[in-house]
Ligand binder design. Structure first.
Ligand SMILES: [Zn+2]
Length: 403
């Protein structure tokens, strides 16, 4: 009797299985526009998080799929403004290859997007089970950062120390790790995800830290201390918001004398202390560029061409070493670019790279790596390879004494 009942119940569940979109997890974001059950066609746009920057990131789980089912995912731009009078262009939410996963852990790229005349991006995915995960790019959320930090700490023991940089405005911890001795003669600060949507930058950071924790970096760890923050804008990453151009300003425009974000204030304080005690050798900020940028590149200092002496020498040596080491498949451009789209001195001054230049010493270099996300090579594995290559470039750079 019981058995017959449960079979009946199961039958009714299967009969009513239908496609559902879930986003109730870290980084989740999708606003459903159309969900056509019969055709297996889903249209979404990135959901607007008021005041939390560009609606470009999307990340969801589609439940109720059958093994082998063909799903058509359509992505359109959010139609409402993210700031008064500003609607985000579709290019930011429509990678040539989106990513999907059958288990939420291993991500692969979709086939190349089809684009319609109405600016809708169409992706095709074949399911393997009752759910499929779909995202703009390989997700990297606070739980991922936690795994990276705890693995590095357990690999390194006394050679590393974890720390909480700050609590965000919403009370979430912003965590970091120091690798090498705090009083080491060479000092490096690296942070990622000042712009929450730029998940690729965080994967580069992961590759970098895993390299630092490896046997290959043992020598570097004896003479250098690296301070690393895998995610700066934890709130917006957790909320699945874009972060860029958030109100009143995003993290990378917040490095003024009165920062809005507590983690920016805390980073400034720590960097100031590093500069005062040992001197800061390198400040590095990890980002992703725009859809049309098909190769990674570094933003260098404004006025580089007019620089002389040690400063110029150090920046020049860095770009040469970076070009030699970041050799592909995501191959870095051998020349600096300059963020000339930032027009005023005031705004340039409150970008983190500008702040670090102003608060570092004569020998400090402050650079921003923009790793291309819109290419078939922009995978988790290749981002992490860029991170390892970055570690090797840093090792080579720091072999020469600071003058
Ligand atoms: Zn950015």
């Amino acid at each position: 009797m019981m058995k017959a009942f449960s079979i009946l119940l199961m039958g009714s569940v299967i009969a009513h299985a239908e496609l559902r979109v879930a986003t109730d997890f870290e980084g989740g974001n999708a606003e459903v526009v159309v969900l056509d059950q019969a055709a297996g066609r889903l249209r979404i746009m990135p959901e607007l998080r008021e005041g939390r920057g560009w609606p470009c990131w999307w990340f969801m789980r589609l439940d109720g799929t059958k093994p082998g089912q063909a799903i058509t995912l359509e992505v359109q731009a959010q139609t409402r403004p993210f700031r008064p009078g500003m609607v985000l262009s579709a290019a930011w939410c429509q990678p040539d290859q989106a990513v999907f996963s059958h288990d939420g852990k291993v991500w692969q790229q979709t086939a190349k997007v089809e684009r319609t005349a109405e600016k809708v991006a169409v992706y095709h995915v074949q399911t393997e089970g009752p759910s499929v995960w779909l995202a703009w790019g390989p997700p990297f959320v606070p739980a991922t950062a936690e795994a990276v930090l705890s693995e590095a700490k357990s690999a390194l023991g006394d050679e590393a120390e974890r720390f909480e940089l700050a609590k965000t405005r919403l009370g979430r911890p912003v965590n970091g790790i120091r690798i090498g001795k705090a009083d080491a003669p060479r000092q490096v600060w690296v942070n990622a995800r000042q712009h929450a949507w730029e998940a690729g930058g965080a994967w580069v950071g992961r590759g970098f830290v895993e390299w630092l924790a490896s046997a290959e970096a043992k020598d570097l760890r004896t003479r250098c201390c690296v301070h690393f923050i895998p995610i700066m804008d934890v709130d917006n990453v957790a909320l699945g918001a874009g972060g860029k151009e958030a109100l009143p300003q995003d993290h990378n425009r917040d490095w003024s004398d009165t920062p809005f974000h507590p983690e920016v204030a805390a980073a400034q304080k720590r960097i100031t202390e590093i500069q005062a005690s040992r001197g800061l050798d390198v400040f590095m900020d990890l980002h992703n560029p725009s859809a049309g940028d098909r190769a990674p590149y570094f933003f260098g200092p404004f006025g580089f061409e007019r620089m002389t002496g040690l400063q110029r020498e150090n920046y020049q040596r860095w770009i040469e070493l970076a070009a030699a080491h970041l050799s592909g498949p995501l191959k870095v451009e051998p020349k600096y670019r300059f963020a000339t789209y930032v027009k005023t001195e005031e705004e340039r001054g409150r970008m983190s790279s500008g702040w670090a230049r102003a608060h570092g010493g004569e020998g400090t270099i402050s650079i921003t790596l923009e790793t291309a996300w819109n290419t078939p090579e922009s995978t988790m594995e290749n981002y992490m390879l860029v991170g390892r290559q970055l570690g090797r470039a840093l090792n080579a750079y720091l072999k020469e004494p600071r003058h």
